[in-house]
Design a protein around this ligand. Sequence first.
Ligand code: ATP
Ligand code: MG
Ligand code: MG
Ligand code: MG
Length: 482
Amino acid sequence: MTSREIRKKFLNFFEERQHKIVPSAPMVIKDDPTLMFTNAGMNQFKDYFLGNKVAEATRVADTQKCLRVSGKHNDLEEVGHDTYHHTMFEMLGNWSFGDYFKKESIAWSWELLTEVFNLPKERLYVTVFEGDEKDNIPFDQEAFDFWKAHIDESRILKGDKKDNFWEMGDTGPCGPASEIHVDLRDEADIEKIPGKDLVNNDHPLVVEIWNLVFIQFNRKADSSLVPLPAKHIDTGMGFERICMAVQNKKSNYDTDVFTPLLDEVAKISGKKYGELSKTDIAFRVIVDHIRAISLSISDGQLPSNNKAGYVIRRILRRAVRYGYTFLDLKDPFLYKLVPILAQQFEDVFPELKAQQELVEKVIKEEETAFLRTLENGLKRLESIKSELSSSNNKLISGDVAFELYDTYGFPLDLTALIAKENGLEVDEKGFEQEMTKQKDRSKSAAKMETGDWQIVNEGSDVEFIGYDEVKSTSKILRYRTV
Ligand code: ATP
Ligand code: MG
Ligand code: MG
Ligand code: MG
């Protein structure tokens, strides 16, 4: 089954069950101060759950362009290093707004996976919420019983709040969840370690494919839970992961979602994918990042020096540098991948094809500009490295990181990444102080705004409020969205 067919089968399946198929919301969010990028299928429906709006249809399904590079969901560090987390991915989803509930949701998920996608039943595991004493929520017996009608009890696992309870924010709709995991290992490996021991354990071949949320409570300001009068279903399935499972591959990158892109990078670089771990990571980062970059630009978000635009610029510079250092790509190359994406997405996200020329031009210009300073910046880092090693120091100071940012266009996270590859660290706090100094100097906030990824100092308050909130009350430094 091709990826195109898999997407289509998902949507058809729910359409046959009276779901209205709706388009993806934009990935770059313009009008929500609490969230910069869509990070889940449910984002565009939050007002239905909050009761602020009435849904046009009570059953809806779609595929949503998601980006997880900031806030509560930040998978950037995993991307390329593992084979199943992306920056941009498609989340297939079906929703019930006060219509069907656990029974149908569970039965249909099972039917789709085992009868339409033909995944072997003995390779699937499901999880249910174990309950929570503090919140006075019992074990999700209901979900357990519905699952038991389809799958052997030994394959139903209990999960805690972290994985199996979803909340929109400090208050508001919430409820228990079930996750579906698939074991894609070889038989011999399964005989050694049972799959159930690897669920939710960061194993690259025992992965979560689908998350079903049963929204049945409302958390009030005094933190108590009351049952909702109308209960809702919110599900999300990773498209690239289900393609891996259906196509029986061991990595998302081995599916037809990514192989045309990998082939093109191989052609441009003269290097092969699948030979060396370092170059493989670069291959994966590049084919991942180009999707995030292209789809953001076709949503109207150009790379820039602040907010969402700076996130895109950072992702692009990261991809350029992986190509430069590990694949010897010294000339602009990312833009050459856009035509492949435009064609791949032409029926689901036609906005890319419609703006293909602009997207290519913007990317090529960005690459060209960064490549002008990249080599000198890397040389500067080399000399810093030898200075540090002669004084037995492992910390790149804030002012050096700032110089790399200011003179060579190195985003802080790129300096931190290269530092990590070399066993060094960056004084991120010092960098921020330099940044503040510069801001004060220039007085023009607009000119030197750091944008999204400012560092919040210890002990600060909630910084990212809303239904996808991040609390920053710990002693760890955290990035915040401003
Ligand atoms: P994981 O535990 O693997 O990080 P998650 O629990 O954070 O996944 P959800 O928020 O439940 O993910 O999202 C719904 C589905 O979207 C997941 O079951 C998974 O299939 C997919 N998904 C989540 N994050 C990513 C990602 N970064 N790249 C690709 N697919 C993803
Ligand atoms: Mg995650
Ligand atoms: Mg999970
Ligand atoms: Mg999940």
